[in-house]
Unconditional design. Sequence first.
Length: 225
Amino acid sequence: MTKTWGHPPHDQRRVLYWGVVGALVLRAGFVAAGAAFVEHVSWAFYPFGLIVLVAGVRMSRGATEIDLEHGRLIGAIRRLLPVAPAAPNGRFLTVHHGRRAATSLLLALVAIEATDVVFAADSIPAVFGVTTNVFVVFTSNALAVLGLRSLYFVLADAMDRFVHLTKGLAALLIFVGIKMLIRPLVEVPTAATLAVIVAVLAITIGASTLSPNRPARPAGRQTVR
């Protein structure tokens, strides 16, 4: 999950709100470009399948960390604008020593958008592996992004408890990638694909719940009902 550089929850919500808006706009463009590519290029599923397959293999090896804090994009912003040490009133831009400056909140927003671009490059081809209906592809991505914003604070606390979820997601990406690559030879029904997805997620979540390596709940913590 992308860092928010230690900002308080109300500032994190502001970053997430604008991050979601930007992600929806970017994904709409990616979906439109992907749909045009699939419609006009008969072999489009081969590069899409290869992208998804490589992403699954990399995830299975644990190559899921993305360091954007010291990446080129953040570095470019630091070169264009001085960075203020704080974000007064949740602002993305401020005046620091008499100059217009970016706040660390803006850096967090840029990092979130850049991370979404990276994951969209995997997730959108994966959805095209299930269906080519543009409406379904976009709405599934939009609902996923909106749902992630709503569940952010829950997931931030719970992700460490699903110790096998990354392996399950890697297996799904590999499955979808292979499905797309063999599409000219074997047509896997959509219902079968969805059944595999549900089964793998159920198994990995169940295995994580029963795993002896699952982090213990902090003492004195109570569940809010």
